[in-house]
Design a protein around this ligand. Structure first.
Ligand code: 13P
Length: 264
């Protein structure tokens, strides 16, 4: 059985400029240091807005000596072409330049508000991997889709768009299952509900290659808080969390990271 190191990622969405992003990153680093996490027990990723990426990366670099667990930076999106006449867009090499190691791709807010398609998500996942960025590829069903009983079908379609791209570099990218109805609503998926979807995703990856399925971390996202994180993270196919609202408060975010450790 492959051991997958838990990954806790904070998606700050459209919150915080440079200075306040650095302050929040520092609070997270200090909270993690105070938490006495055993080496190799958890990995942490912070996703500030584009304009704060370089500053947060520099702050984390300065704090490297005091980092008890790895804390790396993610962007929240990218454009899948490296350079050219694409006004307003930011490419994977530019994100690497700004100190990013990761990039969130296909978040439901991007799919719903900015018209991202499965094909577009695949192009972005491939562009990230080509450049050496680690994608956090997001999938999730709406409430209407869940009510219609089509959750697993929707997730299967979304995963199938980028699964082959991820399989080319097993273990580099991760998948985040974020039911749209659970995002920012306080209505978290129950552990059994979330585990069922995670197990289906892993089974789908195993159709490509068992080793790929074994090493790929699957994160749950949607109203994760310190008080519900332990139940979710205890599920066999839930390897971490993608946290929105609670990641804006260092103590809550560190509390979620602590929920990956054995109780006591
Ligand atoms: P919340 O944790 O605020 O529900 O957001 C989840 C999310 O969208 C993370 O990407």
């Amino acid at each position: 059985m492959t051991k997958r190191v838990p990954l806790i990622a904070g998606n700050w969405k459209l919150n915080h400029g440079g200075p306040s992003s650095c302050a929040l990153a520092l609070d997270v680093v200090r909270g993690l240091a105070a938490g006495a996490f055993p080496r190799g027990s958890v990995e942490v990723v912070l996703a500030p807005p584009f304009t704060a990426l370089a500053a947060v990366s520099a702050t984390l670099e300065e704090e490297a000596a005091s980092l008890s667990v790895p804390v790396e930076v993610a962007a929240q999106n990218l454009y899948p072409v490296d350079e050219g006449a694409f006004t307003g867009e930011v490419s994977a090499p530019m994100l690497l330049d700004a100190g990013c190691k990761w990039v969130i791709i296909g978040h439901s807010e991007r799919r719903q508000l900015f018209g991202e398609t499965d094909e577009g998500v695949e192009a972005k996942v491939s562009a990230a991997l080509r450049a050496g960025l680690r994608p956090i590829a997001c999938v999730g069903e709406t409430w209407e889709e869940r009510s219609a009983g089509s959750t697993l079908e929707v997730i299967r379609r979304q995963v199938s768009a980028f699964a082959a791209a991820l399989a080319a570099q097993p273990g580099v990218g991760v998948i985040a299952y974020e039911p749209v109805w659970a995002i920012g609503t306080g209505q978290v998926a129950g552990p059994d509900e979330a585990q069922a979807v995670h197990a289906a995703i892993r089974a789908q990856l195993a159709e490509i290659n068992q080793q790929f399925a074994d090493v790929t971390r699957l994160l749950y996202g949607g109203s994760v808080k310190p008080d519900n994180a332990r139940g979710l993270l205890a599920c066999p196919d839930i390897d971490g969390a993608l946290v929105g609202g609670a990641s804006l408060k260092a103590s809550a975010f560190v509390g979620i990271a602590a929920a990956t450790l054995p109780e006591g």
